[in-house]
Design a protein around this ligand. Structure first.
Ligand SMILES: [Zn+2]
Length: 363
């Protein structure tokens, strides 16, 4: 990858999407509005207000909050902080999928015991593997990038499950650990809404409508997908994230927020805590990013084919812009952290595809 011509500020290569200009910079580095969310400072004061509100909401209830836990790096650290640092009485919901590595499941079990919290385990719908395989085959046939996102539709059902469990237990606050450095403008299936408040009710309404239109488009080119159309609709409109119009209207009394929208994200601090907790890096992983899902290797391979660079390149570029790492550090890490071949093989096997499904056409 280092023989590619790359941006002189970040590590994105020259590509059809991001031409490097005469000064050697890419389009993103040249437009700070595209990465406002990256350079935003953490806001400890706002976070402590949110924690206080969570405690008030939890008064006379068994739990203060429900934590969405994938078992991966960021949500595990967040859970630790909510329990140990903020002293919240947490119940965690762990969403297991056919693509969750065993090491992650083991870590979830041992860490929930160590932190002495109640653990609820939920699973994605039983058609998850079948749908992922089907979408992946359609992707290889049509090359439509949105099919890779639809392959992950089943995971969105975990959001619905989390709110259902919160309602059942009388929990009034749900906390998520999405990492803002993973958000990438102009990704293949991302829907850009240029606004200060990406998740406002109105913006989520617009987002819903544009997803329905995109979805209609893909069904025209892959009519065979029609049989999963209800799953796709629910996943991409009703449950796509915790802020959807549906989840707000259905659970109006449950407060929700993203921890890392306010707390600083400090990788070395996170790694130290994870070590201490005995969190295991799944076999075949060469990085902690998205270690919780082997399908990630498929997404990353498709992303790279489509755009000419990996998620890691996009995320490290965000970290550089956010002053989290230097460009040299990012280049060093990229040298060591390619797409993991064993994880890709495992994901293809789970999808019922041949080991060379990608390499065939990839060259
Ligand atoms: Zn750049």
């Amino acid at each position: 990858m280092i023989n590619q011509k790359i941006c002189r500020t970040c590590v994105l290569p020259e590509s059809s999407l991001f031409h490097l200009d005469t000064t050697g910079n890419c389009k993103i580095c040249n437009s700070p509005t595209l990465f406002k969310h990256i350079i935003k400072k953490s806001d400890g004061e706002k976070l402590s207000q949110l924690i206080d509100q969570t405690k008030r909401n939890g008064k006379n209830q068994k739990y203060d909050c429900m934590v969405a836990w994938s078992g991966g790096r960021d949500s595990t650290f967040m859970l630790h902080e909510l329990v140990r640092k903020h002293n919240l009485r947490c119940v965690a919901v762990f969403g297991k999928t056919p693509f969750t590595p065993n090491e992650i499941i083991d870590s979830v079990h041992s860490i929930s015991e160590k932190l002495n919290i109640e653990l609820i385990e939920v699973q994605t719908p039983s058609t998850h593997q079948e749908i992922a395989g089907y979408c992946l085959k359609e992707y290889l046939r049509t090359q439509a990038p949105i099919l890779i996102n639809l392959a992950c539709a089943s995971c969105k059902f975990i959001n619905k499950e989390i709110f259902k469990q919160a309602q059942r237990l009388g929990v009034k606050t749900v906390i998520y650990g999405g990492n803002r450095f993973e958000y990438f403008p102009s990704g293949p299936a991302s829907i850009d809404i240029n606004s200060e408040n990406r998740y406002s009710f109105l913006n989520m309404m617009r987002d819903n409508i544009s997803r329905i239109i995109k979805g209609g488009g893909i069904l025209m080119t892959s009519p065979a997908l029609l049989k999963y159309c209800l799953t796709f609709f629910k996943a991409s409109v009703l449950y796509v994230n915790q802020y959807t119009v549906y989840l707000r209207v259905r659970y109006p009394n449950i407060f929700r927020f993203d921890y890392y929208h306010f707390e600083d994200w400090d990788e070395s601090k996170i790694n130290a805590v994870l070590n201490n907790l005995g969190w295991q890096l799944p076999s075949g992983c060469n990085t902690t990013w998205r270690a919780d899902c082997v399908f990630e290797a498929v997404k990353n391979t498709a992303f790279k084919r489509q755009l000419g660079f990996t998620y890691a390149q996009a995320m490290y570029s965000n970290l550089i812009r956010g002053n989290k790492i230097t460009r040299e550090e990012a280049l060093n890490r990229l040298d060591k952290e390619g797409i993991s071949e064993p994880r890709l093989q495992k994901a293809l096997e789970l999808c019922g595809l041949a080991q060379n499904a990608f390499t065939d056409k990839n060259g």
